[in-house]
Design a protein around this ligand. Structure first.
Ligand SMILES: Cc1cc2nc3c(=O)[nH]c(=O)nc-3n(C[C@H](O)[C@H](O)[C@H](O)COP(=O)(O)OP(=O)(O)OC[C@H]3O[C@@H](n4cnc5c(N)ncnc54)[C@H](O)[C@@H]3O)c2cc1C
Length: 428
């Protein structure tokens, strides 16, 4: 009898999971585990709890949904909270397993956690990207430092593997039902839904597919995505898939196949292509993280030197939305109240912090990490170093003219009026 753990990390789904499929193939029984890793609720070096209230709520919903899905396949999800290595140590004896299967991660803290599992045999499979790293025309250490070169090569010389089906069943030993942790166990408070939020984001597999169905097939917003994607107001201007992608409620390959289905039913156009184009950006930042490792978190990024100083006063104005720039302020308030900010907003506030206020970009990235619903280390740090001029941007500086941007993307000031009556009081 072969038995192993399956460790769900940021792949909180059952479909299109190469690691889960392999675990099922190679074992007679698997023991599914999710661990709320206590390190993710520790304070970072700037004093922010890494996982803030918005993402904690979303994650609890994701795990609850996964628990239901695992139950439907005849198994039971073990849910624990604590130190990952300690949890596995205690489970090892209870379930007599020496092997842990999981979806591969490539960033510093995630790898550190894996390194602490040396008492186990660890089996990883890639599952986070549209293009499998083995299918790229070069090894990840040789990927070009310019996105366009990468994209063209990948599109021409690589292929996207078909997604994998959900397993029909999961055979496990007897596992007692587990409860989700309560809010008392986290150092953040349950947030209320702000009526101004672009969407009521709900974590989980069903909710991710409902959003996709709505955006692609009900409202058919996908067909005009390229025209609307720089919007600021409402649910329809962009897909809003990122929180579910970050937690792996669905996979980029599953989304890709749905884009193709949409195209076969309603026609392909530059908007349907553009959604895939953006997913390739997402892949790119993950491959950059694989290539450069820890450096994406360094002040100097992938360059020799990084700009900015740790000016707490300026930083406090920025995160509280009390700068001299009302467009930046509105975006920062939306982020704090909802855990969401549009891509247009993110580019502007990041540029403002780095290039107008002269603040160390890592402080901004840490605030985003704390607040964002869709936080993903590769996308967050990859975009921040890009804007700070220490990442994969061929131009030396990517400074946004935030006044010009406000005039262009919020010409009647509606977005700024929606948020700027709010007063935030975060103490640093
Ligand atoms: C400073 C900064 C920090 C960011 N931090 C994150 C983060 O932590 N997590 C995150 O998922 N995205 C991050 N982004 C990228 C981008 O802003 C979001 O992915 C996007 O706004 C999510 O909205 P959407 O799902 O509606 O995207 P859509 O416009 O509908 O795009 C579809 C998908 O493509 C991917 N995508 C789009 N733009 C980017 C991009 N620039 N980089 C990487 N992937 C992209 C996302 O997975 C997104 O869900 C950041 C951008 C900036 C400028």
């Amino acid at each position: 009898m072969k038995r192993a753990f399956y460790w769900f990390r940021n792949d909180l789904r059952l479909g299109d999971s190469p690691a889960l499929q392999r675990a099922l193939r190679e074992n007679d029984e698997i023991v599914p585990v999710y661990i709320f890793d206590e390190r993710e609720w520790e304070e970072d070096e700037w004093g922010f709890v890494k996982t803030g209230a918005h993402r904690t709520k979303f994650l609890l919903q994701c795990v609850s949904s996964l628990q239901g899905a695992v139950g439907d396949l005849g198994s039971e999800l073990i849910i624990k909270k604590g130190d990952v290595a300690e949890v596995f140590k205690s489970l090892k004896e209870a379930y007599s397993c020496n092997t842990i299967y999981f979806e591969a991660e490539h960033t510093f803290e995630e790898l550190q956690t894996e390194n602490r599992l040396a008492a186990f045999k660890l089996i990883r499979e890639e599952g986070k990207t549209l293009f499998h790293p083995d299918d790229l025309p070069y090894g990840v250490h040789d990927i070009p430092d310019i996105f366009t070169s990468f994209r063209k090569d990948a599109e021409k010389k690589s292929r996207i593997r078909p997604s994998l089906p959900e397993p029909e069943s999961i055979k496990s030993p007897e596992i007692a039902p587990h409860e989700l942790p309560t809010w008392e166990g986290f150092p953040v408070e349950a947030p209320n839904l702000d009526p101004r939020a672009v969407l009521e984001f709900e974590g989980g597999i069903e909710a991710s597919w409902e959003r996709l169905d709505h955006y692609f097939f009900e409202s058919k917003q996908l067909g005009v995505y390229k025209k609307t994607r720089n919007g600021l107001l409402g649910e329809g201007y962009s897909s809003k898939f990122s929180p579910w992608l970050a937690k792996g409620c669905f996979s980029p390959r599953e989304i890709y196949e749905e884009v193709r289905r949409y195209e076969s039913e309603h026609g392909a156009n530059d908007s349907t292509y553009w959604l895939i184009f953006e997913l390739i950006w997402r892949d790119y930042f993950r491959f950059v993280a694989m290539k450069y490792g820890e450096r994406i978190f360094w002040k100097s990024g992938i360059k020799a030197e990084g700009p900015g100083i740790q000016n707490k006063r300026f930083f406090s104005h920025w995160l509280n939305g009390s700068t001299k720039d009302p467009f930046v302020n509105a975006n920062m308030k939306e982020l704090a109240k909802t855990g969401w900010m549009s891509n247009r907003g993110r580019q502007n506030v990041a540029s403002y912090l780095v290039h107008d206020l002269g603040v160390d970009w890592r402080m901004g990235a840490a605030w985003f990490e704390h607040q964002l619903l869709d936080y993903d280390p590769c996308s967050n740090y990859g975009n921040w170093i890009y804007i700070a001029g220490v990442g994969n941007d061929p131009r030396p500086q990517r400074k946004f003219n935030t006044h010009g941007q406000a005039e262009r993307y919020d010409p009647d000031g509606k977005y700024q009026r929606l948020w700027n009556n709010e007063i935030l009081e975060f103490d640093l």
